[in-house]
Design a protein around this ligand. Structure first.
Ligand code: IMP
Ligand code: MG
Length: 187
């Protein structure tokens, strides 16, 4: 997680303006699933999600993919101080499905600095998939620290901190059915 400015002392975080509502996201997921179906035919396809942020996006996406699918998860942990771009990324959970010689779709919630997606992609690439594509729900418009461009992008957003639809702030707000800007009250 990364915040551009440290929060004011004593301030409380809450979801503010809704940037993407449930209907808008659902319509875009229909389109993305259509593209993925066209690109991967009837499968098989191993869909690997980055925990925990990808959980809603991934569950909505795979239910739109009537292909032969296998599902697995990875967890990436990055070491930053919370306000600066994150440092090195460590993969802290290993994969339960074998990806060797299979077409693989890596799914994450958001592309920010790009370091997380790059680390996850390298982890999977080392396991020799037949093909490796990446999908993110959100992409922030800001310079990347890692040179990476996902194959499927749901929405491009301005560089601001967002929550909901899987994305959290300090473990909160992941369950919200929409994407909202994080705002601070008081402090
Ligand atoms: P990156 O490595 O900087 O691309 O960061 C990617 C990870 O940081 C994502 O998988 C999210 O977990 C987290 N992240 C980045 N921006 C946001 C945000 O605006 N809200 C919530 N989490 C975020
Ligand atoms: Mg994440």
């Amino acid at each position: 997680m990364r915040l551009d400015r440290p929060p004011p002392a004593g301030a409380a975080a809450r979801p503010g303006k809704i940037l993407l509502d449930e209907k808008t996201i659902a319509a875009r997921l229909d389109q993305l699933a259509g593209e993925i179906r066209r690109d991967f035919g009837g499968g098989p396809l191993a869909v690997i999600g980055a925990m925990c942020g990808a959980f809603i996006f991934m569950s909505e996406l795979v239910r739109r993919l009537p292909l032969e699918l296998e599902i697995g998860f990875l967890r990436a942990q990055s070491y930053g101080d919370g306000t600066a771009p994150a440092g090195p990324v460590r993969i802290i959970e290993s994969l339960e499905v074998s990806v060797a010689n299979k077409p693989v779709l890596l799914v994450d919630d958001i592309l920010d600095s790009g370091l997380t997606l790059r680390a996850l992609k390298e982890y999977l690439a080392a396991r020799r998939p037949a093909r490796l594509a990446t999908a993110v729900l959100l992409e922030k418009s800001r310079p990347r620290l890692a040179d990476i461009q996902p194959d499927y992008v749901g929405f491009r957003l301005e560089d601001r901190f967002v929550v909901g639809y899987g994305l959290d702030f300090a473990g909160r707000f992941r369950h919200l059915p929409y994407v909202a800007e994080l705002v601070w009250d008081g402090g």
